[in-house]
Ligand binder design. Structure first.
Ligand code: GDP
Length: 321
């Protein structure tokens, strides 16, 4: 009991930044949102997956995090909203429009409002603040950049925009290289959050196409390296497999072993601590960073909260050393 109180008071006043992609990122961000006071939590989200479709600006990772924090996400698909209907996209397809990217009717409302506001000259940061306000989300949700910063995937059949590779090609073409823009700049809001951060948690998102695009935005990587306190990453690989999506396949294609240890090595000296799964107990001996071995599989909301608590307490302890 006393230990638990100590743990809670250790993290209560710390400013926490979480770097997140879509599904894995959203689940941990939701756990954090349940335990960190909202004024102390900022979630910086990958926008490398963003694209234009049917004339609309779609931000898949921002929306997955937003819908998850609002409790309206479709947890079965990992994208879009629960309780959707599909009349608009079905009709668009019948009229000869593209049918490979599904946008439900409720989801479409988000893209309509976002696209209109962007066309009126608002920044993506301001649009996201507006949308999260209307979803009653209190922590700050920030796009990594206000400029388009598209992730491109180089394959044997040419270089594909991210969503073409991920959704249309179902991430099957082997990845020769992930190509990231060299001119993406962080927003003032992102820089301020990182300047004030006590702890940074890198969510269990895909290291190559969710986290790397964020780190690639100048000067986010340098700011993390300079952070006086702790940067802690949570593994997206459990027992040699990805919970979901292409992370394991991409590791194989890069010639990496598909292990949590290889993810930790990939982050290298960027991280001070690495949270890995109990299934991999003993497999990360010799890790450069400090390690925490716990259950990292977030099956339900209590798992999300427990993992967020574990990761935060671990980071706080590392930061106070
Ligand atoms: P995406 O953009 O929707 O693919 O989402 P992310 O990049 O945020 O998340 C995908 C990664 O999250 C995958 O590599 C999964 O293995 C990982 N992931 C998803 N759910 C969990 C979970 O419950 N626990 C852990 N440790 N990793 C998870």
């Amino acid at each position: 009991m006393k230990d638990e109180l100590n743990r809670q008071s250790l993290v209560a006043n710390l400013k926490v930044v979480c770097l997140a992609g879509g599904v894995g990122g959203a689940k941990l961000a939701d756990g954090l949102a349940h335990i960190v006071p909202p004024e102390n939590l900022t979630i910086i989200v990958n926008t490398g997956d963003d694209f234009e479709h049917l004339g609309l600006t779609i931000c898949p990772d921002l929306d997955t995090v937003m819908y998850t924090l609002a409790g309206v996400a479709n947890t079965e698909t990992g994208w879009g909203r629960a309780g959707e209907s599909w009349r608009a996209v079905d009709e668009a397809a019948r009229l000869g429009g593209p049918d490979w990217f599904r946008l439900g009717d409720l989801d479409l409302a988000t893209h309509l409002v976002r696209t209109q506001m962007l066309r009126d000259g608002e920044s993506l940061t301001a649009v996201t603040r507006h949308l999260t306000h209307h979803f009653n989300i209190q922590p700050a949700l920030l796009p990594m950049s206000d400029q388009p910063a598209p992730t491109m995937i180089e394959t044997d059949d040419g270089t594909l925009p991210f969503q073409t590779w991920f959704v249309k090609e179902r991430w099957q073409p082997p990845v020769k290289q992930v190509v990231l823009p060299d001119d993406a700049r962080a927003t003032p809001a992102v820089m301020k959050a990182l300047e004030n951060a006590d702890l940074v948690i890198i969510a269990p998102s895909n290291p190559f196409v969710s986290i790397e695009p964020i780190l690639n935005v100048y000067p986010i990587r340098a700011m993390l390296m300079d952070l006086p306190q702790a940067v802690v990453a949570v593994t997206p690989i459990i027992g040699g497999q990805a919970v979901k999506g292409p992370a394991a396949k991409m590791m194989q294609e890069r010639g990496l072993s598909v292990t949590a240890g290889a993810v930790a090595a990939y982050y290298g000296d960027l991280i001070d601590g690495f949270v890995y799964d109990q299934q991999d107990e003993g497999a990360l001996d010799g890790l450069d960073a400090a390690g925490l071995c716990v259950d990292t599989w977030m099956r339900d909301q209590s798992d999300r909260i427990r993992l967020a608590q574990d990761a935060l307490a671990f980071a706080a302890e590392l930061g106070s050393r």
